[in-house]
Ligand binder design. Structure first.
Ligand SMILES: [Fe+2]
Ligand SMILES: [Fe+2]
Length: 281
């Protein structure tokens, strides 16, 4: 249990990437060097065998829509791309730190669900960056992790005692001075992700206020969040309202047939997530 000041220091600390190994940190530095080769980055990741095998597992998992098996870190980097690789490493490293706490596995499944639905919506809308949209979905609630570190039992109490009149982000703000969207944005900006990834993290509970340039991707992740919740892979956050789904599908100009296909796909994905989410965490 930390004091409130220590809680803010914890967030600062997380923004400096304490959870990753020195070789992984060097790999991240190299990823920002336009001259760096994938082979060089791959060698650095291989110096951390746990990380290397996890990355290969993720690239081969059914949660990424590619065919064929990859057998090396370099192939995994090619398949996932550098941005997704960084996102997956950071997300799983942070989740590792709260592994076993009540509610954590549900948050992991929820994050995977929102990522997969967001990618699907981006596909229907022919967005040029489906991987970044999927990454934004994976990271959208990353700002909740410090609460688990701060006081896991209090976090568990608030999950089990959802107040329909007060969404979790209002209670977070009252209790800690920062809600999970602000914390998530702070972390992802510090980790130097582009705005297509950071904006949905900041605005997924209030897309109307998001900067216009990123509003479509914010709406996609907000819709993914609602669909995951409607289909039983939510993480208690807000009172669920059917009308919000309708409004977002209209704002995104999704046709009725596209919405039906999205929901049908998610029925399959939901089973996949329930059965296989432990493969990569
Ligand atoms: Fe959220
Ligand atoms: Fe969420």
């Amino acid at each position: 249990m930390y004091s409130r000041d220590e809680f803010f220091l914890l967030i600062e600390d997380l923004s400096l990437l304490p959870a990753i190994s020195p070789s992984c940190r060097s790999a991240f530095d190299k990823m920002e060097d336009p001259e760096a080769s994938l082979i060089g980055i791959g060698h650095l990741i291989e110096e951390d065998p746990g990380l290397a095998s996890r990355l290969i597992k993720v690239a081969n998992s059914p949660f990424y829509p590619y065919s064929g098996k990859v057998g090396s870190v370099r192939e995994a980097l090619v398949r996932l791309g550098l941005e997704t690789t960084r996102g997956v490493i950071l997300t799983t490293s942070l989740f590792d730190r709260i592994r076993g706490e009540a509610g954590v596995y549900a948050l992991w499944q929820h994050s995977l669900a929102v990522s997969m639905i967001s990618r699907n919506i981006a596909g229907h809308l022919r967005m040029p960056y489906p991987d970044e949209v999927a990454l934004a979905g994976l990271l959208h609630d990353i700002g909740k992790i410090p609460y688990f570190m701060h006081d896991a039992s209090e976090m568990h109490r608030s999950i089990s005692d959802v107040d329909p009149g007060r969404p979790d982000y209002k209670r977070e703000k009252e209790a800690f001075g920062m809600d999970h969207m602000e914390i998530g944005e702070h972390l992802t900006i510090s980790w130097r992700f582009p705005s297509i990834v950071c904006a949905p993290i900041r605005w997924h509970h209030n897309p109307a206020k998001s900067p216009e340039a990123d509003r479509t991707v914010v709406r996609i992740v907000a819709l993914g969040d609602l669909i995951a919740s409607a289909y039983g892979l939510g993480h208690p956050e807000f009172p669920f309202v059917d009308g919000d789904i309708l409004q977002l599908t209209e704002e995104l100009n999704l046709l009725g047939a596209e919405v039906t296909s999205l929901l049908t796909d998610f029925l399959y994905d939901r089973d996949l997530i329930v059965q296989r989410s432990h493969d990569v965490f």
